[in-house]
Design a binder for this molecule. Sequence first.
Ligand code: NAG
Ligand code: NAG
Ligand code: NAG
Ligand code: NAG
Ligand code: NAG
Length: 508
Amino acid sequence: MSHLLLAFIGVLAFSPHVLGQDTFDWNKIKPSEQLTWTPCNINFECARLSIPLDYNNPSDRTAAIALMRQPATVPTNSSEYRGPILFNPGGPGVSGVDMIQGFADSAREMLGPQFDLVGFDPRAQMKTIHRSEPFHHGPRASFFASQAERAQLPSPRALNASDDAFGWTYANRILQSSLAGARDDGSLRFINTESTARDMLRIVQAHGREKIQYWGFSYGSVLGATFAALFPNNVERLIIDGIMDPDDYYSTSWMRNLWDTEKTWNTFLDGCASAGKDACALYAPTASEIQAKVDAVFQQLKTRPIPAITSLSDSTPSYHIVDYSLLRQTIFNAFYKPYATFQQLASAIHDLSLGNASALYEMSVEGGIVSPPYLCPANASEVAHEEFFNVQDAEFALGCNDGATVSTDYSDVRAKYEELCASSPWCDAWPVRMNCLGWPEYLKNNKTLSITATTSFPILVISNTADPVTPLANGVKVSKAFAGSALLTQDSPGDEEIEFLIASVSAF
Ligand SMILES: *[C@@H]1O[C@H](CO)[C@@H](O)[C@H](O)[C@H]1NC(C)=O
Ligand SMILES: *[C@@H]1O[C@H](CO)[C@@H](O)[C@H](O)[C@H]1NC(C)=O
Ligand SMILES: *[C@@H]1O[C@H](CO)[C@@H](O)[C@H](O)[C@H]1NC(C)=O
Ligand SMILES: *[C@@H]1O[C@H](CO)[C@@H](O)[C@H](O)[C@H]1NC(C)=O
Ligand SMILES: *[C@@H]1O[C@H](CO)[C@@H](O)[C@H](O)[C@H]1NC(C)=O
């Protein structure tokens, strides 16, 4: 899974470079109510846990979730052993199994030898799932009959890119929701955060414990907070990191994400100005001069896109047209991990000003904003494998099932967009609320869970001061909702606190 669609569909998550590559054949493991660990992917162990598909009818059908762990390096019978920590990488819907493979080594360095580091796939994730057996393996979210069909529906452009970009996105989302309904195998409605929180309790109990140890990022903060609100007495140690406002999420508003985005952008401008010519290709003595250079590139691209011809992974040339929209999206995507991307971004924008779009295109592919051209596999088993690409579908399924119904009234949708734009100049890269337009209606559980509690151990809330999508204000708010919780702030840009911990200390 190397080409996730991340920022532009609103995924709040670890980025592809942090995710591992899972090559394990999960069908080898029969799901069971006990955790039976099987060695997999060299340094890991895998298991599949049976869970009720529907917690309101637990004896009805079962489903299975995939787990992967890096076991503690102290013996489990030693006094140092401290049990499992569950991780969630965000999304919603991103695979915790992929995450733990990419993240376990740095987590181990930070946390020490005494914990099992456990990634699990949230409901909606597909990796363990065989198409013909949805209930035994599911629930799954996959709206497309094949990867080829998926490739026919292009990704939306930045919402201000042209006169029809907004309306085009509206239509695209209606279409996608209609596909979601048409392709539902009956399990779609059981994909939601409350059930995922219940799944987590099952995972903890299957470890022979009653209380959770958990670290969740971005959307993982909603999952963690929901768990804490549902099961306040089952909290051992719980960290939520990069905070979404649960009320904003559950009301499908997506209005409280962009309050600090401009701060992230300003760290780009200021960082470039102070980094000097050698470190920043867009260098000018002041931030406003650098802004002017970028504006000039935007201005040009708005009417004159630039062709890109480049070689991606192998020597096959790849062709694309880099336009205004792609630049907006690529910049926004870079905000998630400034330490890894800002220098490259400055250089790519500089190249654009010289008429060379290769580097920007390559960044957009690396960031998962555009997929490389779809090539039909010659081999049927690869076709089957391709069907498992569903990160975007998983995000839609969780977000739209969790959230209140979004009215399809066009002027209402537009008005909500204008409201978002009043909060940030980056609103055109944040179409997330539109994801749920026309989402299938089935009987929703209307009771709203109040995300507040006095937990059996105080929770830890972590926020960055210049986070592009999970602003500090949300950390302040959520921390107030949990008695005794502490708010730890880190003075840095980006949505991946971890990136800061393991990377250099300057974005340039
Ligand atoms: C822990 O288990 C191992 C393997 O079963 C055994 O050899 C060892 O003596 C045990 N240690 C303690 C402290 O019980
Ligand atoms: C465009 O930039 C790339 C580096 O990103 C370079 O390899 C390529 O030669 C440049 N193309 C032209 C036509 O200068
Ligand atoms: C088809 O693809 C599968 C999975 O990548 C591979 O194991 C198999 O060898 C391929 N078969 C042929 C005939 O290339
Ligand atoms: C995008 O459009 C919105 C709504 O009309 C407007 O408020 C905002 O300034 C525009 N932003 C950009 C970058 O064009
Ligand atoms: C939830 O609210 C909707 C709209 O008000 C209503 O149609 C539906 O029956 C309600 N669902 C339940 C489970 O009460």
